[in-house]
Design a binder for this molecule. Structure first.
Ligand SMILES: Nc1ncnc2c1ncn2[C@@H]1O[C@H](COP(=O)(O)OP(=O)(O)O)[C@@H](O)[C@H]1O
Ligand code: SF4
Ligand SMILES: [Mg+2]
Length: 324
């Protein structure tokens, strides 16, 4: 197993009290596998990713439990210097907003080239040549000329391609992409997602794809983990989830996806809002919004029940949900 996150807990001290952002998240990603992590805004997707990457702001964040086993080592036990090495060569991250992740005053070619100088000990001349190759690889037109340009001279889609180039530069075993296409136009979204999926297959990388858009994951993901209030509430192969969700929250997300064959029809949206993480409801955290909720749900927190060998659901009434 390439990456195994075990029972991860992350808290934030806030003025309101302790926000329990990640409450016992476990997932696994194999080489060459794409795991999509899905959930509304504020469900703990980014915080989980930051804890795995070792870029969580501490304070205010605090990892209060769990393990992050990457290529056999628990990253949470490594010293920062070792951690940085893993981050440079072993795993890379792609963010939603390239403009704030790239340095505005350094030409993109130099930002790419620096990775080869720092991590591979290349000369700047060779590193620049590699930068052009990489920009070609992510299909940036006229790479040889554009390598000298600055981030603001590229369109949003092209900047996202540069981020992808930075991420794959050192051929990492794992990429975590946090809403990589959310800021882009719909047509550009599809192109960037296709490129990412193509590179992931070519390099046999593990990919953790964080998104709130179920439409995006259907074609590219192998498995889906659905997060709610800092927990994984359903985890299953993509095919199973689309066939029949085993958690009412997953069903709500699925029903919220706009469908081309139902144009003009009002979208079903899950009623209510996600909970404030300083005051997560007792029992099943989803119960105030759940159409299937009943007495048991308000007092008894469901664990991740085994629906099948490859599928889990944290719902007392998953059978009922599966049957639709
Ligand atoms: N820097 C921070 N300070 C305080 N609380 C934070 C901070 N970052 C995240 N949180 C808390 O963690 C929750 C989950 O955030 P996040 O992982 O970014 O959600 P998302 O699923 O949208 O990526 C937030 O709703 C907030 O309560
Ligand atoms: S445990 Fe109850 S409230 Fe929670 S998702 Fe299942 S039916 Fe709904
Ligand atoms: Mg996020």
């Amino acid at each position: 197993m390439l990456l195994e996150v075990r029972d991860l807990h992350v808290e934030f001290r806030t003025r309101d009290g302790v926000a329990r952002a990640v409450n016992g998240v476990s997932y696994q990603v194999d080489a060459g596998e794409t795991l999509a992590i899905l959930g509304e805004s504020g469900s703990g997707k980014s915080v989980t990713a930051q804890a795995v990457m070792g870029i969580l702001d501490m304070p205010p964040g605090r990892i209060t439990g769990g393990e992050v086993i990457f290529q056999g080592r628990d990253l949470l036990k490594l010293k920062e210097a070792e951690r940085r090495k893993v981050r440079g060569a072993g795993m890379a991250m792609i963010f939603q907003d390239a403009l704030s992740s790239l340095n505005p005053v350094i030409p993109v070619g130099d930002q790419l080239g620096e990775m080869f100088v720092v991590h591979r000990g290349m000369s700047w001349r060779d590193a620049r040549a590699r930068a052009v190759e990489l920009m070609d690889r992510v299909r940036i037109p006229a790479a040889r000329e554009r390598v000298r340009q600055y981030p603001h001279q590229f369109s949003g889609g092209m900047r996202q391609r540069i981020m992808i180039a930075m991420a794959i530069a050192l051929e990492p075993a794992l990429i975590i992409a946090d809403e990589p296409t959310t800021a882009l136009d719909v047509t550009v979204q599809a192109q960037v997602m296709d490129l990412l999926a193509e590179l992931q297959r070519e390099y046999r990388m593990g990919l953790v794809l964080i998104t709130h858009d179920l439409g995006v994951v259907a074609d590219v993901a192998d498995r889906i983990a659905v997060m709610y209030a800092g927990r994984i509430v359903e985890s299953a192969p993509v095919y199973d989830i689309y066939k029949a969700p085993a958690h009412p929250y997953t069903r709500g997300l699925l029903d919220s996806v706009p469908r081309l064959d139902q144009k003009g029809q009002e979208l079903y949206a899950i009623k209510g809002l996600p909970p404030n993480l300083t005051r997560i409801p007792p029992g099943c955290a989803f119960h105030p919004r759940c159409p299937l909720a009943r007495g048991l749900c308000r007092v008894d927190e469901p664990s991740l029940f085994e629906v099948s060998a490859t599928r889990g659901s944290a719902c007392h009434f998953w059978r009922e949900c599966l049957d639709g």
